[in-house]
Structure formats: C-alpha cells, structure tokens
Design a protein around this ligand. Structure first.
Ligand SMILES: Nc1ncnc2c1ncn2[C@@H]1O[C@H](COP(=O)(O)OP(=O)(O)OP(=O)(O)O)[C@@H](O)[C@H]1O
Ligand SMILES: [Mg+2]
Length: 250
C-alpha cells in the first residue's frame, strides 16, 4: 500500500525493550482522509507502533514522519505541536478522577490551545454537546461505565480539532451498544475527512469502517490492503485470526 498522500508514516521501524524485539522493520503509511485499521494478536506491538507516530517512543532504527516532519528527531516543544494536530487517544482512558467531565476536556483545550479557562470550558461544553454527551458534563470519570469514559476521552481529543486521530482499541471491552456509539462517531469523523488510525481486534468495526487494514504479526506487517482481502486471505495466519474470532462471536 503506497499512499498517494501519506500523512503519517514509519519506514523500517525497529523497536526492542531489552532483549525483547517487538518490531522489526515495520513500514506503515496513513493516507490522507482514510481510515486505517491496525489489527493483530495481543502483545504484538500495535500500541508500541502508534506511540512512535506521536513521538512517545523513539525507534532503535528506522524513521517516523508526519507530513514533512521527521518525528523521531523532534524536540519536546515540536512534539507538543505535533500532538495538537495528530491526537492519540490511549487504550486506557487517562481522565482525572477528581475532575468533572467538562473540566477534563477543558483542561486539555486550555493547555493545547492556550485559551483562558472560561473559553476552554465553553469549548469543552460545545464539544460534549456536539457528541450528544451533555448529560455527562458534571459527572466524574469513576461514576461512568467504561463506554462513557471512552466517549469522554474521544470528546477530549476532538475538542482539539485534530487533522489526524489515533484511537487505540476504542471499543475493546465495551458492550455492542457502546461499541456501536463509538463507531458512529468514527464514521462521522471519516465523513469530515479526518485521517484515522484505529487499533482494533473488533471485526465488526473493521467491516463497518475500515478503508485499509494493516495486520501486525511476529514483529512485522503481515498484511496490508483492503477489507475484502483481509477477510478472505489465503494466509493461514490471517485466516485463523479472522475465523477464530468470527466463530467465537456466534
Ligand atoms: N515501555 C515498555 N517497556 C517494556 N516492554 C514494553 C513496553 N511497552 C510495551 N512493551 C512490550 O511490548 C510488547 C508489545 O506491546 P503492545 O502494548 O504494543 O502490544 P499490543 O499489540 O498493543 O497489545 P494489546 O492488544 O494487548 O493492546 C508487549 O510484550 C509489551 O509487554
Ligand atoms: Mg495495545
């Protein structure tokens, strides 16, 4: 898959933690305005891979690019600028338990957009309203079920109006209704032309939303291409991943 306009890309990325080689030569390209799903068994390095895209990890070898920025050599100040444009929503929500939902969203807006507290709160409330989440405005994260915490994390990211959004397992562990609600927001973002990278094992979400699929396995990209090719691959590794899950869902 060679993207006509790659927004973000890694070239030959390698990363080890001690003796554990997690990634060995991973090349990935995100096309502008497309929704790329990254799938693969647990522990295969999906989160490690995407953390490189926003400079949270430095590769041992290879390059990371965001448009014309060489991400792996950026200093912390430049990385902050990058993280306003390319927002990473962590696998596990990182909300402050002692703050309300509005305060959580406003804090990030204030920090990244450099606006005053009152303006940040206004923007936070507007974002919650746009996503139909005003009912949660005064709640605190520990009071909310997992699906609503994930929605709040998404609202916090979207309040920054990112051009690229990376969602790390946004529906994992959620009931089908909550997962559907998250997917509906992802679909709207697609329609708005936001470039998306979604890490997910959720085959329903892949079918519903993916333009491209990347399958990571054994430190490398095992498959990259369209959704049909992913679901109908002759590769036994992919076939097992896809069909074991499908049978498990029935
Ligand atoms: N900071 C770290 N230090 C040491 N090992 C790490 C670190 N971060 C990740 N790893 C290891 O790298 C491997 C890949 O981790 P990663 O979180 O990327 O997997 P994943 O594909 O996202 O899995 P999951 O589907 O469970 O989220 C794991 O074995 C993990 O323990
Ligand atoms: Mg992960």
């Amino acid at each position: 898959m060679t993207a006509a306009h790659p927004v973000a890309r890694t070239v030959g990325l390698a990363k080890a933690f001690g003796a554990h080689q997690v990634l060995a030569g991973v090349t990935l390209e995100l096309s502008e305005g497309r929704c790329t799903f990254v799938a693969g068994p647990s522990g295969t390095g999906k989160s490690v891979l995407v953390r490189h895209l926003v400079g949270l990890l430095k590769p041992d070898a290879g390059e990371v690019w965001y448009k014309d920025l060489r991400v792996d050599v950026l200093d912390e100040e430049a990385l902050l600028g990058l993280r306003r444009r390319c927002v990473y929503v962590f696998q596990h929500p990182t909300l402050f338990d002692s703050m309300t939902v509005t305060e959580n969203v406003a804090l990030v807006v204030k920090y990244h957009k450099g606006v005053k507290a009152a303006a940040a709160e206004g923007l936070a409330r507007a974002q919650l309203d746009r996503m139909g989440l005003s009912r949660l405005a005064e709640s605190r994260p520990p009071e909310l079920p997992a699906g609503e915490q994930k929605l709040v994390s998404l609202a916090r990211a979207l309040a920054l109006e990112p051009e690229t959004l990376i969602l790390d397992e946004p529906t994992t562990g959620l009931d089908p209704y909550a997962a559907f609600e998250i997917d509906a927001h992802v679909r709207r973002l697609k329609e708005l032309g936001v470039t998306l990278l979604v890490i997910s094992h959720d085959l329903q979400s892949i079918r519903r939303l993916a333009d491209e699929v990347v399958f990571l396995f054994d430190r490398k990209v095992r498959y990259e291409g369209g959704v049909d090719g992913f679901f109908h691959s002759a590769d036994p590794v992919l076939d097992q991943f896809v069909h074991a899950r499908v049978e498990g869902e029935i």
